[in-house]
Design a protein around this ligand. Structure first.
Ligand code: GCB
Length: 612
C-alpha cells in the first residue's frame, strides 16, 4: 500500500460518482475541444411545463416522450398539430453567463430556464469519443442530447461531463439543458446566503474529443513526506486500459519514465529528484509535465511545493509564510454578474497583487478554473471553499452527500494546482453535534482525497468565560482543522470601531490562526466623520484599529478581510447606500478604490519589508 493516499483519492472519487454520474475529465483547457459557448436559445419555464405533463409526471420518465417535452426540441410536422413551444423562434442568451444580468426580466428570477444549442460535428477519427463538459451550471441541471437524457447534476460551482459518443451525428445535433436555480432548504448552499443566486450556464460549455482509451485523470504533486520526490497516479478511461504503457515526462527535471497500467487502468509512481525548483510566491515556477499512453497525450503546467503547519506556523517549502490576503467573490469586475473569464480572473487577481497580497480566499464556493490557473502563474496562494454556508440541513444525509460530492469535484479539478494550499470545509456554521459530525466527515474525506494540503473552515469567535472583552475560539471543529480560522466583525456588527482597542484574545489551540473575515460597509465617494456609518472614513478607521488588534493575537499567521470588491446581494437593500450591493468592498463595483484599500496596502507593504 505504498501509494495509499493517492489510491484512496481515486477510490473515493469513483464511489462518489453515484451522485455526479460520470467520472470527471480534468485539465480540459489543454485538450482537443470545440467550444459550445455563444448564443443559445432559451425558454423561461417557471411552472416546469416542459418537464412535467398536467398530472405532474416528468416527461423524461416516459418510454416514448411526448412531443410537448422541451428536451425533444420538437418541430411541427403539419399545421394541424398543436405544439406550444418553439426553441428556434425563442430569444437567445449568451453562454457562459448568468441570466440575471443578461435579461432585465430575469434579474430576480429563481426557477427553471431551458437552454438549447444546435450544432454540427465532424469527428476527427472514427474510433474517438466525445464528451460534453459543463464548467458550472447553477444549481440543478438536467442534460438531454438529441432527445435522450444524459443525466443530471446538483451544485452550482463545479464541473461535470457526459459522454455522447453513441448519440452524436455529423449534422443537426441538439443539446437541451434544463437549469433550475431555485434555492432549497436542504441544498448546498441552503436558502439563506449573502450573495446573488445567479442562475444559468454560468461557465464554459464544450465538447471534448478523446481517443478510445484516454488519460482521464492524474494527481501529480510533491510527496508531502519527502520534498525530493514527485508522487502521483494516472488513470486511463476506456475498454482497453490494462497493461498499457504510460509515460510521464518532465523535461526540465530530466524525468522520462514509463509504467504499465494495472487492472483498473491506473498507474502509481514516485519519482525521486533532487533538483526541483520549488513553486513559491516569489518564484511561481511551473514545470511542463507531459503524460502519454499509446493513444493519448496530455500536457499540464504543474508547480511543486510543500505546505505544512508546525505549531502556530504555516510553512511553505519549509519556510514560515504570513498570509497577506483578501476575500473575493466570483463577480465579474468587467461586466458585473457572475465572473467566468480569464479577463475577470486577471482583473481580480491583479487588484489583489496591487494590494500587496500573497494570498486570496475564494469565497464561498469554488470559483472558475481560470482563477486557479492564473493564481498558479502569479504566485498567489489560495483558500478554496465548499458552499457549506450558515444553516445547512446537518441531519439530512442527502445534504451531506451533496456537500461531499461538490467538495470531491473541486478537489478533483484543482488537485494539481500548486497555488491551492487550503481546503475550507464551511463558513460560519452554528455548532451542534450534527454539524460537527457533518464537517468532520467532510474533513476526513478531504484528508483521504488530498493529503498534500491543509484543512480549515471559517469559524466564529466567542466570549472567553463570559467576558465580552476577551475573545476565544470555542468550537469543537477547531480540533479537526489544520489551520484555525474565524470571522469577526468587531466595530461593525459588534459595537463601534473603538471597541477594537478593548479586546484581547485568548486562543488556546496550538495551531496557526487566520482571520478569514473582518470588514465594514462603505459607499465609495461618501465622506464624513469616521464615526458615521457607510462613510469611507468609517471603513478606513475600522481597518486601522482592526490591524492593531490583529497584531496582538499571538498565533496570527495572516488574514483575508471582507472583501475585495462590492458584490450583489438581495439582503442589502438600503436605498442610496447599498442599492442591492454588499458595500464591504475595498473597491466599488465600478472599480474605484476606497480609502481603506490604501490602509491595508500600506500594512502589507510594511509586513513585506519587515520580513526581508
Ligand atoms: C459574513 C459572511 C459573508 C457576508 C459578511 C457580511 O460573515 O461570511 O458571506 O457577506 O459576513 O457582509 O455580513
Amino acid at each position: 500500500m505504498k501509494n495509499h493516499f493517492f489510491l484512496s483519492f481515486l477510490f473515493l472519487a469513483i464511489t462518489s460518482i453515484s451522485v455526479a454520474q460520470e467520472n470527471l475529465i480534468i485539465n480540459v483547457y489543454n485538450r482537443e475541444s470545440q467550444s459550445l459557448n455563444g448564443h443559445w436559445k432559451y425558454i423561461v419555464d417557471p411552472y416546469e411545463n416542459g418537464y412535467y405533463n398536467y398530472r405532474l409526471e416528468p416527461f423524461d420518465k416516459q418510454e416514448n416522450p411526448d412531443k410537448a417535452a422541451f428536451f425533444m426540441n420538437s418541430k411541427l410536422d403539419n399545421n394541424y398539430e398543436l405544439l406550444e413551444y418553439n426553441f428556434d423562434k425563442s430569444d437567445s442568451i449568451s453562454v457562459p453567463g448568468d441570466w440575471n444580468t443578461q435579461k432585465e426580466n430575469l434579474f430576480y428570477y429563481e426557477g427553471t430556464v431551458w437552454y438549447k444549442k444546435s450544432f454540427d460535428y465532424q469527428i476527427r477519427k472514427k474510433s474517438n469519443r466525445v464528451f460534453v463538459y459543463f464548467e458550472a451550471s447553477n444549481y440543478q441541471t438536467e442534460v438531454y442530447f438529441n432527445g435522450k437524457k444524459l443525466g443530471m447534476h446538483v451544485g452550482g460551482f463545479t464541473p461535470f461531463n457526459f459522454e455522447i459518443t453513441s448519440f452524436i451525428k455529423e449534422k443537426e445535433n441538439f443539446l437541451v439543458v434544463k437549469v433550475d436555480n431555485k434555492r432549497k432548504k436542504e441544498g448546498v448552499p441552503t436558502l439563506n446566503t449573502d450573495w446573488w443566486n445567479y442562475g444559468g450556464l454560468t461557465r464554459d460549455v464544450k465538447l471534448i474529443e478523446t481517443s478510445e482509451n484516454f488519460i482521464e485523470d492524474y494527481f501529480i504533486q510533491l510527496d508531502p513526506k519527502n520534498n525530493k520526490s514527485i508522487k502521483g497516479n494516472i488513470v486511463l478511461n476506456g475498454k482497453n486500459i490494462t497493461g498499457k504503457k504510460v509515460e510521464i515526462k518532465i523535461p526540465e527535471l530530466g524525468i522520462n519514465k514509463t509504467y504499465t497500467s494495472d487492472d483498473g487502468g491506473m498507474v502509481s509512481f514516485e519519482i525521486p529528484s533532487n533538483k526541483i525548483t520549488y513553486w513559491s510566491v516569489e518564484n511561481p515556477f511551473l514545470y511542463k509535465v507531459s503524460i502519454s499512453s499509446d493513444e493519448d497525450v496530455i500536457e499540464d503546467q504543474i508547480g511543486f511545493r510543500s505546505i505544512k503547519t508546525e505549531n502556530s506556523n504555516i510553512l511553505l517549502n519549509g519556510k514560515k509564510v504570513y498570509l497577506k490576503g483578501i476575500s473575493i467573490h466570483e463577480e465579474s469586475p468587467i461586466r458585473g454578474g457572475r465572473g467566468h473569464s480569464k479577463e475577470d480572473a486577471k482583473q481580480l487577481l491583479e487588484w489583489a497583487k496591487e494590494l500587496g497580497c500573497n494570498y486570496v480566499r475564494l469565497a464561498h464556493y469554488p470559483h472558475n478554473e481560470h482563477m486557479l490557473r492564473l493564481a498558479d502563474k502569479m504566485g498567489m496562494l489560495v483558500w478554496e471553499e465548499n458552499p457549506v454556508y450558515w444553516t445547512i440541513s446537518w441531519e439530512n444525509e442527502e445534504t451531506f452527500l451533496n456537500a461531499k460530492n461538490q467538495l470531491t469535484e473541486v478537489i478533483n479539478r484543482d488537485k494539481n494546482r500548486a497555488s491551492v494550499i487550503i481546503w475550507s470545509m464551511a463558513n460560519e456554521t452554528p455548532v451542534s453535534d450534527a454539524r460537527n459530525s457533518f464537517l468532520t466527515r467532510l474533513a476526513n474525506l478531504t484528508r483521504q482525497l488530498d493529503p498534500t494540503r491543509l484543512i480549515s473552515a471559517a469559524l466564529e469567535q466567542s466570549n472567553y468565560q463570559n467576558n465580552p472583552n476577551i475573545r476565544t475560539i470555542d468550537d469543537p471543529f477547531a480540533e479537526v482543522v489544520d489551520v484555525l480560522s474565524f470571522n469577526q466583525y468587531i466595530g461593525w456588527y459588534d459595537g463601534l470601531v473603538d471597541k477594537c482597542s478593548n479586546i484581547s484574545w485568548k486562543i488556546t489551540q496550538n495551531k496557526p490562526v487566520l482571520i478569514s473575515e473582518f470588514g465594514a460597509g462603505a459607499k465609495q465617494g461618501l465622506h464624513g466623520d469616521k464615526e458615521a456609518r457607510w462613510t469611507e472614513e468609517y471603513q478606513e478607521n475600522l481597518y486601522v484599529e482592526t490591524l492593531k488588534m490583529v497584531d496582538k493575537i499571538e498565533q496570527i499567521q495572516g488574514f483575508s478581510p471582507w472583501v475585495l470588491v462590492d458584490f450583489r446581494s438581495p439582503r442589502r437593500i438600503l436605498p442610496e447606500i447599498q442599492d442591492g450591493f454588499n458595500r464591504k468592498g475595498l473597491i466599488s463595483e465600478d472599480g474605484k478604490k476606497k480609502k481603506a484599500f490604501f490602509v491595508l496596502q500600506d500594512y502589507y507593504k510594511k509586513k513585506t519589508s519587515a520580513s526581508k
